[in-house]
Design a binder for this molecule. Sequence first.
Ligand code: GLN
Length: 324
Amino acid sequence: MKEQVWLQELIDHLHSKHASNFEGEIATYIPELSKADPAHFGAAFVTSNGSIVEAGTADVCFTIQSISKPLTYGMALEAFGEDEVAKYVGVEPSGDAFNSIELEKLSNRPFNPMVNAGAITVTAMLYQKYGDNTFHEIMSRFSAAAGRQLEFDEDVYRSESRTGHRNRAIAYLLLNFGMVPDQVEAALDIYFKQCSILVNCRDLATIAATLSNLGKNPVTQTEVFDIDRVKDMLSIMFTCGMYDYSGQWAYRVGVPAKSGVSGGVMSVVNRQLGIATYSPLLDSKGNSCRGIRLCTDLAQELGLHVFDCMNAGSSYLNAMLENN
Ligand code: GLN
């Protein structure tokens, strides 16, 4: 297929352009994450009609970490509806670090579901609905989006559970304000587990392509997320997904995205493409340095920015997809 060859050349080119860049640091605040290999750098693209291309260490598994957050947010919206979720979590960018200990004034809600406070609240809501089945529900949904049965990393989970004092502090602050129910330790435990789910770049790009394809996995054709909730998930990724780099990301790359502290970045080009990168070297805001560079180049090269004049349903990629 013409589209496949063309995308393979593009991903190879972008990967080799940034592979020798070793700027950034591996996250160490979760001790187990410090074992990551700085040479690992993978990328995968999955189109909304199911073509897959990969480059570098695209099959190396890493923990999903914060990239789990938009997915559990979507699940909570489906389970409770927008109004109920909005009582407990806002949708405003915080302008602060992902793990900051702060809540909105007056409402005492976390600013949004992409910072830890918001994500812990969302998981606590899911726990209210699914009880002891919650992690199973999360794992099944993520697996359906990835198109294969995923697993979680027991060592990373234990490492974070043992050292996650800051997240515990956030959870107890939320409890103090009545934003989460009493079983806060159970919700935290599930949050640590959901962050430890293992994915590789192909999985992550397939999850992204599921979101780009309005909630339907384009490889397996399984309906994974409610079409109406995908809009909400992508909106919050667009405004808050890259933490306090979200404004610059929107400006330079211009597509919804979510990063994780183990080094993954998932980006979604609406109705066109799912993009995943993995490199554990992070900048000071906790985003993967190589991931940002590769996505910035890709967006410029293809005119993927949502407001790019080349886009408007007529980007190079769109034209290519339509001709196949
Ligand atoms: N599990 C991590 C934490 O809660 C997730 C943070 C991230 O990926 N930025 O600190």
